[in-house]
Design a protein around this ligand. Structure first.
Ligand SMILES: [Zn+2]
Length: 391
């Protein structure tokens, strides 16, 4: 069988881009299309669904089923195009010059397309080490969909040896990523005329004190962090993205809520950080509110919780990519990926894929044609290796 070409990968990418898999929508049309495609090649898919059954992950194994192998992992969902100015239909891939435009070209259907374009060729080989496809939903809203896939994998399948998460890294090795945990905090105060502040409980002032505490916490982490850990910036950072509260300047605000979180380096203990914040709120913020009214108080609920990827230069995942590519550097990124969830489940991971994160999430997102060719070459090498090699 002839080897797939970069053009085969590009043709497959065009097919995937045509599905509008914005995270808020169902991804089933794409998943069913991929499952049907694999079925025609004699490859079975395992699907795991969300509760509403309108989104699914797809897992497929090519090669021996009695041992762990290499997972090629990608998320099928894309970020919204609403409010963005596009010069072409984001869901109809367009080649202009040496770039392919469309939502998800870089982040991250390019990698999925390369994997799928190789499916028939992989199937035709006599692999020693199996290659698995793992395509998830809801990555862009907190890496939540892949949890079902990982649970199914951990419960029912031989544990894979390594996972390659094909986020756009311009085909460079990324061995670690920051995690993310975010919350919404709501302060319920007591309203009143602002000329008598002592009779009310000002929810905005309480929020301001908590936010100040969060900033101090971040500054402490910054001062304590190792400046050479490879992350940019090299410390856990505070996200403070939204706040709302109050109705008029002369009314004591009874309600204030704000969204916040941390993007943590893998060596910081996020549970301890969260506990510190909750302790501060309980000790310093809640008592003065309750003194005005027992109904006043503070609630903090978690919205997103993505574990970091702890770098491990000697993991089978990094070793394999170094071996196949000759690359030696291993970088770090400050955004969350699914690799940390695989690592927590015992599968070492590395982030490595075509396209640049600089184009991700933007209008006129694109991937360079050359990146698709490079990824095609890489997967061909991986398949050659999987026929002979074992790790
Ligand atoms: Zn992505």
């Amino acid at each position: 069988m002839t080897k797939p070409t970069g053009q085969d990968c590009i043709t497959m990418l065009e097919r995937l881009i045509a599905f509008d898999t914005t995270s808020a929508k169902s991804n089933l049309e794409l998943i069913n299309d991929v499952a049907d495609f694999l079925k025609t090649l004699g490859i079975e898919s395992r699907l795991t669904f969300n509760e509403e059954k309108n989104k699914a992950n797809l897992w497929a194994t090519i090669g021996p089923k009695d041992r762990g192998g290499i997972v090629l992992s990608g998320h099928t969902d894309v970020v919204p195009v609403a409010g963005q100015e596009w010069s072409s239909d984001p869901f109809k891939m367009q080649l202009r010059g040496d770039k392919l435009f469309g939502r998800g070209t870089a982040d991250m259907k390019g990698f999925i397309a390369c994997a799928l374009a190789h499916a028939a060729a992989i199937k035709s080989r006599n692999l020693k080490t199996p290659i698995h496809f793992a395509f998830s939903y809801d990555e862009e809203v907190g890496c939540t969909g892949v949890r079902e896939l990982i649970a199914d994998m951990a419960d029912n399948l031989p544990l894979p040896v390594a996972v390659i998460v094909g986020e756009p890294t311009s085909m460079q090795i990324i061995g670690g990523n920051k995690g993310g945990r975010s919350f919404v905090t709501e302060i319920h105060g007591v309203d009143g005329h602002s000329s008598r502040p002592e009779l009310g409980a000002n929810a905005i002032l309480a929020a301001a004190r908590i936010i100040r505490f969060l900033e101090d916490q971040q500054n402490r982490l910054r001062d304590e962090s190792d400046p050479n850990n490879g992350f940019v910036p090299p410390h856990t950072t505070l996200d403070l993205g939204t706040i709302s509260g109050g109705t008029a300047h002369n009314i004591i605000p009874a309600l204030c809520s704000f969204g916040w979180g941390f993007r943590m380096i893998p060596t910081d203990d996020i549970d301890a950080l969260e506990a510190e914040v909750r302790q501060f709120i309980d000790d310093e913020i809640v008592p003065p509110l309750k003194a005005i009214s027992p109904k006043a108080g503070v609630t903090t609920s978690m919205r997103i919780n993505v574990p970091p990827l702890l770098p491990d230069r000697n993991s089978p995942a990094e070793n394999l990519i170094r071996h196949l590519t000759g690359l030696n550097q291993s970088g770090r990124v400050s955004y969350g990926t699914e690799a940390g969830r695989f690592q927590k489940a015992g599968v070492p991971g590395v982030i490595f894929g075509p396209g640049s994160i600089e184009q991700a999430h933007l209008p006129n997102e694109f991937i360079e044609v050359s990146q698709m060719h490079e990824c095609n070459d890489f997967i061909a090498k991986l398949v050659d290796w999987a026929e002979q090699g074992e790790i």
